[in-house]
Design a protein around this ligand. Structure first.
Ligand SMILES: Nc1ncnc2c1ncn2[C@@H]1O[C@H](COP(=O)(O)OP(=O)(O)OP(=O)(O)O)[C@@H](O)[C@H]1O
Ligand SMILES: [Mg+2]
Length: 268
């Protein structure tokens, strides 16, 4: 009963503030065998924000994304997406997730365009389209969505290349395009800037800012303390052992906080 009341109260609050948070974690504890990686983590990501997740190697950034994308379950606590249970949000395609490393058989003969089309599956399913029908039979709206996603990452001219034949940075751009094609409300990108050149980094940043202007929520794991994280609306800084600092970039990315989290001298 208390649970139901709690939900009703929360629903009323959202109506006042118009929108539920894009993401809401409450007292989440998660990990693998051994001590938890995330400990009692509570977090709200408002809709329409650029949100950066930072922290040392092994602090749990990818684990956090696995939880939000539903790849992994929390040991304790709850995860909500746009006020909905995670399972409901996942089914409707509300979350697009680009993992740190794609588990893909690179020798599989699939083209760049087909990979990006993969992002349309949830929407096509809603349209009643059979998932395994060849993508070239899809309606023009889907074709346009794929074109514009490829164009955004400047990969349209390589759309017929085999995915396995691309460089590391080009592959990253294609997976970002797949996430864009999904038209999800929440986009999770785990280290999209790792191993990409400066110009591509700028390009990806401007695409993400465009998505934010369109009302999407973009959550990015990055090690770039001085670039992207400073442009974000909010940041979450994870420390090893499950501690976390959240807030505006200038409040979190301070010399004293960074030195503590990175266990040494870090220039703010
Ligand atoms: N599949 C797994 N099985 C067991 N332990 C894991 C697994 N994946 C991650 N871990 C452990 O969980 C902790 C957090 O890992 P996670 O991948 O979330 O870190 P991260 O912050 O993303 O690090 P990085 O910056 O290196 O990507 C690490 O100590 C890691 O060893
Ligand atoms: Mg990681």
């Amino acid at each position: 009963m208390a649970h139901v009341l709690d939900r009703l109260v929360r629903h009323a609050e959202w109506q006042q503030t118009e929108q539920p948070p894009a993401l809401e974690l409450q007292h989440v504890t998660a990990g693998y065998d051994g001590p938890p990686v995330l400990r009692d983590l509570s977090l709200q990501v408002p809709s329409g924000t650029l949100f950066a997740v930072l922290g040392p190697n092994g602090s749990g950034k990818s684990t956090l994304f696995k939880l939000i994308s539903g790849v992994m379950r929390a040991q304790k606590g709850s995860v909500r997406v746009q006020g909905q249970l995670l399972a409901v949000a996942r089914r409707s395609g509300a979350i697009a997730y680009v993992p740190q490393e794609e588990a893909i058989d690179w020798s599989f003969p699939i083209s760049v365009r087909e990979v990006v089309f993969g992002g349309r599956h949830a929407i096509m399913r809603r349209d009643g389209i059979v998932r395994f029908a060849p993508y070239r039979f899809a309606r023009s709206a889907h074709q346009h969505a794929v074109d514009s996603a490829l164009e955004a990452v400047e990969m349209l001219d390589m759309q017929h290349a085999r995915i396995g034949a691309l460089s590391g940075g080009q592959k990253k751009r294609v997976f970002l395009a797949r996430a864009l094609a999904q038209e999800a409300a929440v986009i999770l990108l785990d280290e999209p800037f790792a191993g990409v050149d400066y110009r591509t980094q700028e390009r990806i940043t401007s695409v993400l800012e465009r998505e934010r202007r369109r009302g999407k929520t973009v959550v990015v794991v990055t090690h770039d303390l001085h670039g992207f994280a400073r442009q974000a609306d909010r940041v979450l800084l994870l420390a090893r052992g499950g501690r976390a600092h959240g807030g505006a970039p200038d409040d979190v990315l301070r010399h004293d906080v960074l030195s503590e989290v990175y266990e040494g001298l870090v220039t703010a």
